[in-house]
Design a protein around this ligand. Structure first.
Ligand code: GRF
Length: 192
């Protein structure tokens, strides 16, 4: 299975995927890593000699034009699966339609709880005793697609957004790697 990963930030989830894919028995290969900005996480791909591209959102007239550039960059590698891992932008519906349901996303909350760009902060603000991590199929909503994997994570009294997010990320990584593996082996079928 060939995989494209799209990021916006530090790429810690990307790093975990890269490390997992090093093992010859891991059934997926990352063939390109893209970012919507000059993300520091691109350095992980460069370290592994994997092609990267940036399509800075602000360089394009609108979301559609940005999506067309993403599409052009992705079709060079023709990936079987697209993983959004810390991409902090919504893909345009046209791009989702082109690849759906072969786009998955990691989210640092127990969807459908706390969707959107601030899932960790929102859980903390809500004062809930537990939150979670989720891997979903991307549809043209916001974190609203079919759930592929998720796990509960406790919120501790003295948690800050940072400490809670750092507790969530390792769970996200484990879930993501397992989902990619199960998609690659055909054990997990992607549906719209
Ligand atoms: C992850 O928790 C991801 O789910 C969320 O932002 C974080 C990105 O972390 N959208 P990183 O860039 O993978 O370190």
């Amino acid at each position: 299975l060939t995989v494209a990963v799209l990021i916006s930030g530090t790429g810690s989830n990307l790093r975990a995927l890269l490390d997992a894919a090093r093992h010859p028995d891991f059934p997926a290969r990352i063939v390109v890593v893209g970012a919507d900005r000059d993300a520091e996480g691109l350095a992980h791909a460069e370290e592994f000699g994997i092609p990267t591209f940036t399509a800075p959102f602000r360089d394009f007239a609108d979301r559609e034009a940005w999506g067309e550039e993403l599409g052009r960059q992705l079709e060079v590698h023709n990936p079987d699966l697209i993983v959004l891992s810390g991409l902090m932008r919504l893909l345009p519906a046209s791009l989702v339609a082109r690849y759906s349901p072969r786009i998955v996303n990691t989210h640092p909350a127990y969807l459908p709880e706390f969707p959107g760009a601030h899932g960790v902060r929102d859980a903390l603000a809500a004062g809930v005793p537990q939150t979670g991590a989720s891997v979903i199929v991307v549809d043209d909503g916001i974190d609203s697609g079919p759930i592929l994997a998720q796990e509960r994570i406790p919120v501790l009294q003295d948690d800050t957004e940072h400490t809670l997010h750092e507790r969530i990320k390792p769970v996200e990584r484990r879930l993501l790697i397992d989902v990619v593996r199960r998609i690659a082996t055909g054990e997990l079928a992607l549906t719209h």
